[in-house]
Design a protein around this ligand. Structure first.
Ligand SMILES: Nc1ncnc2c1ncn2[C@@H]1O[C@H](COP(=O)(O)OP(=O)(O)OP(=O)(O)O)[C@@H](O)[C@H]1O
Length: 347
């Protein structure tokens, strides 16, 4: 069992007399990647800023390495926690190597000169983050993903037991989001550092994080491994809104489609699933065809045109495109439909 690097107990966070969230208790074990999730405005950034010592807490405790965070001075804190913020921080005229070098500032003298050991740490951090080939590039010339890697390398060079990142995947496309999450996963695995990051990428967090902190509106935090929270239906409860359902088995959200009519369909396989999906998006529920259904759709995956429409037991149309076939079904809907109102989940 990893030792606990940080814990928060009965924490209240907010601004002045306004409590954003209270009754927050959680742990950060060493060497874990922890994802903080919650709806917009629940206070994720406020919580992270509070843990970093950037703003006062309204009650409770934050303890890192057996010391209360708000009793540490700036230099002591910078040796415990490295922070990567959401905002596109502008560091004018700095190249990647200089930025990562700033990560060494808690250890360098007044002039910020890097010694040989610092330079090795900076080079290693750039290497680990896959940004060494851009070491001489200005930050302003980098893509969002490359810039994020440079800031993570700076945090790594700071050599703290805890790295905190506020939405590090916010501006990135899917491959870059996966790459950054995998990089953070790799850092936690190989360096033993703990990483606490906020994110809205539930699907990636479910696959890559060791632990969730789920921030409820007003508090408390629900914490645990992804699998234990799935067992407890924690995500369903948290994200359940009208028309959206979280599927525990797949870890995906599904959208409710209102169904106004139905059609009998015979068939199976991938083609059947795709047709059912397209029909349900158009408000048509698919029911299994019985042997006495003269008006029906048949899906034959081995046929050149897999989708066929039968009216009065006569095949009146065959198509190989789902889109074209669904339009045919819609045109013939009055012949096929049995009126019924219901809802199904998207596939
Ligand atoms: N400087 C501030 N002064 C007063 N209230 C603030 C301040 N900053 C944020 N808030 C309020 O605190 C609440 C939580 O904001 P916060 O940015 O922490 O939420 P969040 O969970 O990070 O949101 P998001 O997912 O949208 O980034 C919001 O109601 C916000 O309006």
């Amino acid at each position: 069992m990893n030792k606990n690097l940080l814990h928060i107990r009965n924490l209240s966070i907010g601004y002045g007399s306004k409590i954003v969230a209270g009754d927050l208790s959680a742990i950060v074990p060493s060497g874990e990647l922890i994802c903080l999730l919650g709806s917009n405005g629940t206070g994720k950034s406020t919580l992270m800023r509070s843990i970093c010592g950037f703003q006062p807490v309204l009650g409770g405790l934050i303890v890192i390495d057996n010391r209360e965070v708000h009793q540490l001075n700036e230099k002591e804190l910078s040796k415990q926690i490295a922070v990567v913020l959401t905002d596109r921080v502008v560091v004018p005229n700095a190249n990647v190597q200089e930025l990562v070098g700033y990560g060494r500032s808690p250890y360098t003298g007044m002039l910020g000169r890097l010694n040989a050991a610092d330079k090795i740490i900076v080079a290693r951090a750039m290497e680990q983050c896959g940004i060494a080939h851009k070491k001489d590039s200005l930050l302003t010339s980098l893509s969002d993903g490359e810039r994020q890697k440079a800031f993570i390398a700076k945090a790594l060079a700071q050599d703290t037991p805890l790295i905190i990142l506020d939405e590090p995947t916010a501006f990135l496309d899917l491959p870059a989001r996966v790459e950054i999450m995998q990089l953070l996963r790799d850092i936690a695995n190989t360096s033993g550092k703990s990483i606490l990051m906020s994110t809205h990428d539930l699907d990636l967090a479910l696959q890559l994080s060791d632990r969730f902190w789920l921030l409820q509106n007003g508090g408390p935090l629900i914490t645990g491994s992804p699998e234990d929270l799935l067992l407890k239906n924690a995500f369903q409860k948290m994200f359940q809104h009208k028309g959206i359902v979280f599927d525990n088995k797949t870890g995906l959200f599904k959208v409710m489609h209102a169904q106004h009519s139905q059609v009998a369909v015979k068939g199976h396989g991938f083609e059947y699933v795709l047709l059912r999906r397209a029909l349900s998006r158009k408000g048509i529920k698919v029911i299994r065809a019985n042997s006495d259904d003269c008006n029906r759709v048949e899906v034959n995956k081995d046929a050149q045109k897999p989708f066929s429409l039968y009216i009065g037991d006569q095949c009146i149309q065959s198509e190989d495109s789902v889109e074209v076939f669904v339009n045919r079904v819609l045109a013939a809907k009055s012949l096929l439909e049995v009126q019924s109102e219901s809802c199904v989940l998207s596939e």
